[in-house]
Ligand binder design. Sequence first.
Ligand code: DX5
Ligand code: ZN
Length: 216
Amino acid sequence: MSRKISPSILAADFNNLGRDILMINRSEADWIHFDVMDGVFVPNISFGLPVIQAVKKIATKPLDVHLMIVNPDLFIKPFRDSGADILTVHYEVCNHLHRTLGAIRNEGMKAGVCLNPHTPVEVLQDIINEIDIVLLMSVNPGFGGQKFIYNTYQKVIKLRRLILEKEAHALIEIDGGVNLSTGKLLFEAGADVLVAGSFIFDAEDPCSTIHQLKVI
Ligand code: DX5
Ligand code: ZN
């Protein structure tokens, strides 16, 4: 499985967002990660559809949209129409997850499910074969720059075992507190995709930092 990097623009310079997206285009990043927050599911508000639409105009990489919102079913088509290629919803807000995943795929997007740190991977055992990407939160959602939760390594190992057992195709993506040391251990534990925000955008040379994450 190829190792992928998905920089989170939550940590980008919003006064120079176009510059940062062009950097990602030039870099070895595989996707661009958007942390959409509604101030209800998480105690923060970030950005929404206009930012996705603007970035879509200049991005050369798939848009990996992480919805930290309630009622995500209402926004599947609007995010598709804005340019999302991957749409990830939180398990904790979906009463009919099987139906939601089908609706995302019917719009032509890859369907992702995100688990908060307290949510065990076992909750996915009867739906894992319907999922394209499982996003594991390695921090409590809502803010960038937080401390990595070390239990995530165990969750990656369990999730990899479940995917193998069910012969599922889901990719394992990790979000929060990713840097060279946590990232290396996450890839070794079986992760496929790393989301990194502050480690990339706070660096002296974000493009080179993406390369370092890609080759750890
Ligand atoms: C939390 C956000 C962050 C962000 C990455 O809600 O989802 O995890 O993507 O943040 P860093 O890489 O700065 O920890
Ligand atoms: Zn995210």
